[in-house]
Design a protein. Structure first.
Length: 368
């Protein structure tokens, strides 16, 4: 079997794609990849060149400024790119996260069933409407779809005109790649205490940053001084600056966190990953936290509970409710056994989402 993996994104889904490719290789599957030559984990892929049948590099855009020029260049070179790819025969072509040019790439590949991952079946509040519509076109064009949340299969079938048999649930793979090339640093954190709550990831309104600030304020007002809250990620933090400037024991790292830095945040003493999302389908942040065996507090929304072993792992709060979130945070502080208990649950669960297991499930599903 020969599988071609497509990822023209430079940042999004790069760890999941790498882990999936490695898992397939470990299962004895021949793997080729189409990647952006600007992908952030470029060096990791270069190290795999002896294990991968072919790596096809595409020069994709890295910003809005170069999007037009790179798009023109892509279409100028599309035929030669596809001619090279079509020298090989594939059984399956798997796009792990769609991008602007992917429809033209997949339609130009003459062999293999076309399979596309659907990360967000329902757009987040505030999502780019044009992008979402273009992604939907690509979902409808695919022969099979992969989702990371089983409960959304009927919705995906209805939205994108697929039968249930052509939509496959594959759990999000463990993100063990974050341990590669870990460069240890204190990240410039001003505060570290006995208990350290962490929000990690791109900052967006739907992720409940304001609710988290309110919850942490309530925690401090209850007299807990041995706690910190770290917000780490790129995105527009300006709407929350005033709110957070009035809070003690808060670290703000408002920039893109590189893969080699992630371990520094998830290895803080008694760190607890908080996902106060207002809406969500699944989260790559959870996959990262689980790999570092870090306990999770998450909103009971979308597919987050399903991702956490159907609610058997983690502490949950009501989405948009700062009191509920504060109570969830307090549960760890007031009961030290809870932290150890959660870590044990995670250790037991990890083997279910290791890359070889997930890749085997993927091959089984798409081969039916």
């Amino acid at each position: 079997m020969h599988i071609l993996i497509v990822l023209t994104q430079t940042v999004s889904c790069i760890t999941e794609t790498y882990e999936t490719a490695m898992g397939l290789i470990e299962n004895g599957i021949q793997v080729s990849v189409i990647l952006s030559k600007n992908i952030e984990n470029y060096n990791d892929w270069i190290k795999l060149k002896d294990k991968i049948a072919n790596i096809y590099w595409i020069d994709t855009h890295t910003s809005k400024k170069d999007f037009l020029l790179k798009t023109i260049n892509f279409f100028r070179n599309k035929k030669s790119i596809l001619d090279k790819i079509n020298e090989s025969k594939f059984d399956f072509v798997i796009d792990t996260m769609v991008n602007y040019w992917d429809l033209f790439i997949l339609n130009g590949i003459r062999s293999g069933k076309k399979i596309v991952y659907v990360h967000d079946p329902i757009a987040h509040s505030g999502a780019n409407k044009f992008k979402q519509k273009w992604w939907e076109v690509q979902y409808k064009n695919a022969e099979q779809l992969i989702v990371h949340t089983e409960k959304f299969i009927p919705i995906v079938a209805q939205l994108y005109g697929k039968t249930i048999n052509n939509i496959h649930y594959i759990p999000l793979v463990r993100f063990s790649g974050h341990h590669n090339n870990w460069i240890k640093s204190d990240m410039g954190l001003n505060y570290q205490k006995e208990w350290n709550f962490l929000f990690f990831g791109y900052i967006s309104k739907y992720k409940g940053i304001e609710v988290l600030g309110d919850a942490f304020k309530k925690l401090l007002e209850k007299g807990y001084s041995n706690v910190t809250l770290t917000i780490a990620g790129s995105g527009d933090f300006s709407p929350y600056e005033k709110q957070y400037s009035e809070l003690n024991n808060v670290n703000i790292i408002n920039r893109r966190i590189l893969d080699q830095e992630i371990g520094n945040l998830f290895s803080l003493k008694n760190v607890i990953n908080v996902l106060p999302y207002i809406d969500a389908t699944q989260s790559g942040v959870i996959a990262t936290a689980l790999d570092f065996e870090v306990p999770v507090i998450a909103s009971d929304t979308g597919g987050l509970k399903e991702q956490l072993n159907h609610g058997k792992i983690g502490v949950f709060c009501t989405a948009g409710d700062s009191i509920s979130l504060c109570n969830a945070m307090e549960k760890f502080i007031s009961n030290k056994d809870e932290y150890a208990f959660q870590k044990e649950l995670i250790k037991e669960f990890l083997e279910n989402i290791d890359r070889k297991t997930i890749a085997k499930e993927l091959v089984h599903a798409i081969s039916k």
